[in-house]
Design a protein around this ligand. Structure first.
Ligand SMILES: Nc1ncnc2c1ncn2[C@@H]1O[C@H](COP(=O)(O)OP(=O)(O)O)[C@@H](O)[C@H]1O
Ligand SMILES: [Mg+2]
Length: 265
């Protein structure tokens, strides 16, 4: 008997993610699955749980409940039947974590390392690449992101927009299965926002699987394939960005986009 070929696994599958802070349920049973090459925007009011969700996905701040797989492989301790749980070795855990690239609002570069060192260190430690391999990959990305001239500078010597390019290059250098961005343009001066958004468009056009938390509605409308709207720790809409932005029947979603369009008018 031959079985049908199994469908390609999701780049990310996160099922039943719940995160509590004392009495506050910051994430309530959130399920999100992202096929490869899809670009998803994650939007919603401040405090609704977007950053908590990204931190849970990378296990920087693990969820209380839920199951995550990357490329069909379990990430973290998988609950088994009854009380049996499969424990992942620290090495395997770090290998899985490296499949997710995370770019923060505040860049989070290592201040005591040059730009080049910021991009090569994790490649060497986590992926075991040689110094030469890591350097070659770093320089290829620095060229592509038009910041090759910054390789020997320290983070304090470059602008916010340049720092964010370096942070993106650092995430890409790990060849992640998917990239997460948490408000990547919110800390930038207005004249730098456009150039970083253009870079995100380029990365998206290359077929990178991306989940982007953003208030840039033009980006969410024109670049993302799909919008996920979160409110009070739950996903309340998931689908076509234009439909959600212009004509969703949930009054809280309508109110959110009305406010944003007035703020930008
Ligand atoms: N470490 C924490 N301790 C306690 N409460 C937290 C913590 N992190 C986030 N929260 C709370 O969880 C909720 C979701 O926060 P967050 O994920 O940062 O929202 P968003 O990124 O959508 O603005 C908020 O009410 C926030 O105050
Ligand atoms: Mg946030």
């Amino acid at each position: 008997m031959t079985s049908a070929p199994s469908p390609a696994p999701f780049a990310l599958s996160a099922r039943g993610i719940t995160r509590r802070f004392g009495g506050l349920v910051a994430l309530n049973d959130v399920t999100l699955e992202i096929p490869k090459r899809q670009v998803v925007s994650l939007v919603g009011p401040s405090g609704c749980g977007k950053s908590t969700f990204l931190r849970a996905l990378t296990m920087l701040d693990p969820a209380d409940e839920g199951v995550i797989t990357i490329d069909g492989q379990p990430f973290g301790n998988a609950p088994g039947p009854g009380s049996r749980t499969t424990r992942q070795s620290p090495r395997e855990f770090e290998r899985m974590r490296a499949k997710i690239g995370l770019v923060f609002q505040q860049f989070n570069l290592w201040p005591h390392m040059t730009v080049e060192k910021n991009i090569t260190t994790a490649q060497r430690i986590v992926l075991g690449r040689s110094a030469a391999e890591a350097r070659a990959r770093a320089h290829e990305l620095l060229q592509r992101l038009h910041i090759a001239q910054l390789a020997d500078r320290y983070p304090s010597q470059i602008s916010g927009g340049q720092k964010q390019r370096v942070a993106i290059a650092r995430a890409m250098s790990m060849d992640p299965t998917l990239m997460l961005f948490d408000e990547p343009t919110s800390a930038l001066d207005p004249e730098m926002i456009g150039e970083v958004l253009q870079l995100l468009r380029d990365i998206a056009a290359e077929g990178t699987t991306m989940l982007v938390v953003t208030h840039e509605i033009a980006f969410a409308r024109n670049v993302a394939d799909r919008m996920v709207f979160m409110d009070r720790g739950e996903i309340v809409a998931d689908g076509d960005p234009r439909q959600i932005i212009t004509s969703h029947d949930n009054p809280r979603i309508r109110q959110f986009f009305n406010k944003i369009s007035h703020a930008h008018a």
